[in-house]
Write a protein of this length. Sequence first.
Length: 288
Amino acid sequence: MGILTEWITDWLKGLLIEGILGNLEGLFDTVNARVGEVAVQVGTTPAAWNAGVFSLIRQISETVILPIAGMILTFVATYELIQMLIERNNLHDLDYWIFFKWIFKTACAILILSNTFNIVNAVFDVSQSVISRAGGIIQGSTDLAPGMLDTLEATLADKDVGYLLGLWLQTSVLGMTMKALGIIIFVLVYGRMLEIFMLTSLAPLPVATLSNRELGSMGQNYLKSLFAVGFQGLLMLLCVGIYGILIQGITTSADPIMVVWGCVGYTVLLCFMLFKTGSISKGIFGVH
């Protein structure tokens, strides 16, 4: 009877250890997969992300928003001319060169406004190039070797069935947490891309104000927002890369329970920092 009990205990222990290691191996696979997914998504330009949506946004920007922006530019140019004339002692000290200055500024404003869509996409091309380079470095640093769980497996062999059962339940919860993390990453990454499309569609309106010193702050803040959203992808990629590196130390702890809950802590930290990337990027570029 004692031999049968011992055999059953060893069988349960082996089964639980395999389950625990399987959960953690799946966790590692998920980490690497998410890093690759984020690298691809945040490093994709709006045109390459979805051609259909990009075409729709371009049509709206050029056929609906651009005419309104033209009216705004007409008002801004007229206001600029009035300012120039009033500054010259109400036309008493009028210099005719200011008309050439006004014509030059207005021509530049029209040229910029007519090419707004190309300028906006150039900003995202620059950020995409930077993210792509960083993605290669970060992806390489989160590849996890298959033999990393050997130390943990040796530690688990000395534990009893109750301990292993509790640890298996916790690793299962951790697996569901990783799936929830995947949903969060999906929402943040796709939400950022939708924000890019929204900014792109309305681009002519703030750009139309750039030529005026008083009203130009709207356009300047808009350009800052473009760079902030573009480089937010780099911060998101960096967060996931740091998370992957931290997870690589999962087998360095002597206590498997601490290993599991350490992963949970890192996961919660990653979710929090992904939410913070937007405000951090805007703070760096001075968006207000």
